[in-house]
Design a protein around this ligand. Sequence first.
Ligand SMILES: Cc1ncc(COP(=O)(O)O)c(C=O)c1O
Length: 370
Amino acid sequence: MSETESGTSLDERYRQAARRCLDSVVWEGRVSPADAFAELGRACRELGIDDWDTYGKGGPVERVEREVAELFGKPDAVFFVSGTMAQQAALRVWCDRRGSSRVAIPASAHQLHHENDGPRLLQGFRFEPLTDQRRPATVADLTAIPGHDRLGAVQLELPLRDPGCLLPTWEELTAFSATARELGVPLHVDGARIWESQAWFARPLADVAALVDSMYVSFYKGLGALSGAAVVADDATAAELRAWRQRLGGQLYRMTPYAVSALLGLRDRLPQMGEYVAWARALASELTSRGFKVVPDPPHTNTFQVFADAAPEALLTRALAFVESRRVVPCGGWWEARTPGVAVTEVAIQQAALAYDPAEVAGWWAELLG
Ligand SMILES: Cc1ncc(COP(=O)(O)O)c(C=O)c1O
């Protein structure tokens, strides 16, 4: 990380410049808290929300739980303020029932890299790597685990984010689910970006949910909510999830603001998810023709990785100059890839990108290469 004379790193200067911009190609443009709260107020009126939830009961929390359960064709859904908490609760329920704390999980899973070791320290999970490969897990990965039939649970991440948001084929997924069922091992899915995966499977979300015992979904990635998550499951499991939500301190007196923003995302963003994916694929194809390498190619979802034969500092320096002169954020940060001399970045396409032409944006990226 390069430091300037004032001690601020180039990455931080880029982040600060990006935060000052209203327009962005990746993720979302900046919305002030005042504007976001005004939008939530409008949404309450439009959606006819005139009641609060109280400790997660009633109001928009119950409404979002109902909508999500229906979308996924599951008997119930439980709202959580974070996915981190939601997944601790889900895996804890399965492990307690099975009398085993062993959970098979991809080596790149969120719980192992971005949660400060909380799930292991707080719940005593013993995580076993389902796969450490940069590909979705297969039946062979599951059955290669010693004592796989005695696991407390197995978790898939759909899509597997760290290697570029990779998805299995429908046949691979159904085979995995059938094997977990034959073994009697509960299958939990980290579906933080499941909305973004529907175009790949080309099936209703309920078809995906029918293959799993529980699935966590997130409201604040492609759906653009303030925060929040839900777990879809059967009635008995949902009742236990609510008990764990309370034990974990997740039963806030009011969760209404998060739930309203989730309802807004379901109403306004979910129908556009296919467009985000199509736009992402169009950009990926334009970037490939300009000498960038894209993974996966074509992207499975709205999110993918881009590799460039350049130093991250050189790309970031030009990106910073671009943001300062053009007032649009063309890309996120760049990091050193595993291959020396190659830089990598993640591209997540959401609502904000739709205002631009993928070919024009790819032209901006070509400028970054110098
Ligand atoms: C794949 C995945 N799982 C779980 C989480 C955790 O969600 P939360 O930030 O709501 O705790 C995230 C958040 O980015 C994620 O990307």
